[in-house]
Design a binder for this molecule. Sequence first.
Ligand code: URA
Length: 430
Amino acid sequence: MLRMVDLIQKKRDGQALTKRETTWMIDHYTQGEIPDYQMAAWAMAVYFQGMTMAETADLTMAMVASGQQIDLSSISGIKVDKHSTGGVGDKVTIILAPLVASFGVPVAKMSGRGLGHTGGTLDKLESIQGFQVEQTQQNFVDQVKDIGISVIGQSDELVKADKLLYALRDVTATVDIIPLIASSIMSKKIAAGSDAILLDVTVGSGAFMKNLEDARVLAQTMVDLGNAVGRQTVAVITDMRQPLGTTIGNRLEIAESLAILEGAGSPQLRQFIAELAQMLLQLGGVSKSLDEILAHLSNGAALEKFKQLVVAQGGDVTELLTTPEHQTAFSKVVLSQQSGYLTAFDALTAGHLAMRAGAGRATKSDVLDLDAGLRLFKKIGDQVVKGEPLFEIVYNHADFDADQAAAQMLAAVSISEEKIKLKEIVEIIK
Ligand code: URA
């Protein structure tokens, strides 16, 4: 007869739990038979002692088995999924998913909501009038069969153990533990049913992983977990020292995504998305050059797929395409106080600013202001002349202190004589 106190002690003393012990622990925790205080003690022991790869894999698969598993086998082709460990201004899924689907590779994607300084794809999609992210499993599968793409919210039935454990980790200072992050993310990806997975592991101030070494370990752990259970998995480590693209905020990011899908927008973001698309297509068994991929952004093919996605999930495409810019009650444009080259635009500060302006949630129950956020007029490497606009804060709440927020953002912006070049993709881990 296993006892949780013995497993905690074993982990505390630096030993690895067996598969039987890990599975027993997750089963009993999910069924409410192990109290939170014992799971919290185990998580803290993991913080200090770590976990072996075998233990991490056992934990992941025990978590997968704790809830529903999506069966995508009735959809023909290699189904691909993509996941980001979280970023600021990260609208990659909204562009990448239809772009990849426009080449006939089926994308069956479950996304999450934003919390804290990071945004969530679901919130962004919901800023499109009528767009429904809650779908039944049957609708999800049928839609991928019909149009080759679906992006929905994760079912509450999926990986029940992670829901409990994540909430517990959040309040016991045990979130930032690589094997627990890896098993949390990969259990959800494996349960969601796709055959191949592209992981975007962000690194930098705006990300979970603050340094490259940790990002590498997390990426490799997740890649090994995916491949070990027959899901072809590749990770890219991407730079999140500055926000991605030129907007942060839900409707602002939808508008920016539309611009990219129309072949416009920031050339850097377009190139980055094309590089990710090439990897995701490769995982889906389709080999394309970057030029061929970029052509789907300029010839309307990816945009058409995006429109199909919006229509299939109840969104109002006409409203979306005719009124991309919603006006907010207030706006503050901040000018550069010096000339030179931008060398820092801190993503974490920018993410917090956008959140406080109304674009994000400090707690899960906060209501979003879908129009609020931040526009960036300059990115790292750009030349800037004193008096030129650097960024703009847009918001609706009169009690938001835009002057103070602008001063904090300015303090996290650096301008110098030296031009630095920042590349979104830092490393690829296979
Ligand atoms: N995202 C997750 O889904 N789980 C973690 O543990 C951390 C980030």
